[in-house]
Design a binder for this molecule. Sequence first.
Ligand SMILES: Cc1ncc(COP(=O)(O)O)c(C=O)c1O
Length: 398
Amino acid sequence: MTKIDFDQLIDRSGTNSLKYDARQRLFGRDDAIPLWVADMDFAAPKAVSQALSARAQHPVYGYSEYPDDLYLATQQWFLRRHHWHIEAEQILICPGVVPSLHATIMALTEKNDQVIAQPPVYFPFFSAVTETQRKLVLNPLILQNDLYQINFEQLAAQAADGAKMLLLCSPHNPGGRVWTESELQKLLEIARQFQLIIVSDEIHADLVFTGQKHIPLASLANDVPIITAVSASKTFNIAGLGMSMLIVQNSQHKKAIEAVFNSWHVSAANPFSIEATIAAYQQGDEWLDQLMIYLQQTYKWVEKFFAEHLPKIRVLPLQSTYLIWLDCQALQLDDKQLRTFFVQKAGVAMNPGLMFGEGGSGFMRMNIAAPMAVIQQACQQIVAAWEKAELADFKAQN
Ligand SMILES: Cc1ncc(COP(=O)(O)O)c(C=O)c1O
């Protein structure tokens, strides 16, 4: 297998890229290094581009249906990579994970039912609950020795109190925590005891570093209602193509979720996402293995760089994902000042931790899925801006 060149700088201008083209609108400047929304600046695997080109060669792009090959490629991927056996009948193909969270909540809970989320967490988890008129119940993660832990006691109490559903992020975004088998078993025990439905968003399942192992929650139990969201989108940088899958163990649940999608008239298959996903799942192993090595090297570089040059920014251990969680509390800036510092002074656009809810204040999320030179430049700009700010403070006080 040839070595993939993740160092290659790819100009994304002119591609309507959200990460690049929305900078002026969202951050007030269009030259900040964009390390925010979770897509990658790397080329997708060649097999994916080739499959897309081949499909584009056929000039008719009409309504499509999901072929058996798509189901098979998905089943084989999860068996090969995660030792998880999925039945084709359990797979519901969806136009994205976030819409599928909404659809699942609408299908399996009633208005005003309590749905639990575990902040700091990917913010659409909150809106998926509130926009569907359910009650958001928070079970905040606890940061212990730099690793997030689940507050099981509180979770059990919330389930006992009538909460219907838990939105689990596994691996967790932000922070990249990979939940262990014993933690997942504890969740399952609570779910069994209180008939709690678990929606496990496993979109980051494939992006796990050496030494860690992602365990699909549903591979541990079939006596608990689990709905798992997966996608090739994050793994292979094809999020713009809009395809994900729900793996639903209970056939009644699957029918109910499907009915919600049908009522939205969004169940039509996109001919390009079909080809891309099949190619990625069939031929993407080696590319992914090399990607994880590259991301791990970048993460290690960032960790060392801040430890040496600006230890007030603490890089939390990353077990998975390309989303580094930076503890900036020692900078002693409030969240507004933090944002101003990073965007205006350092010229780096990241997601403020506060977006992820309780526990996110004082943190920033840095997306490192870009050529290492870009990440190095961003980190150097941050350190230089901080030194300049400290110097200005010192001058002002003396
Ligand atoms: C945990 C999690 N779920 C879902 C998504 C988005 O999924 P989609 O684009 O398929 O809606 C993201 C994107 O960052 C994510 O981190």
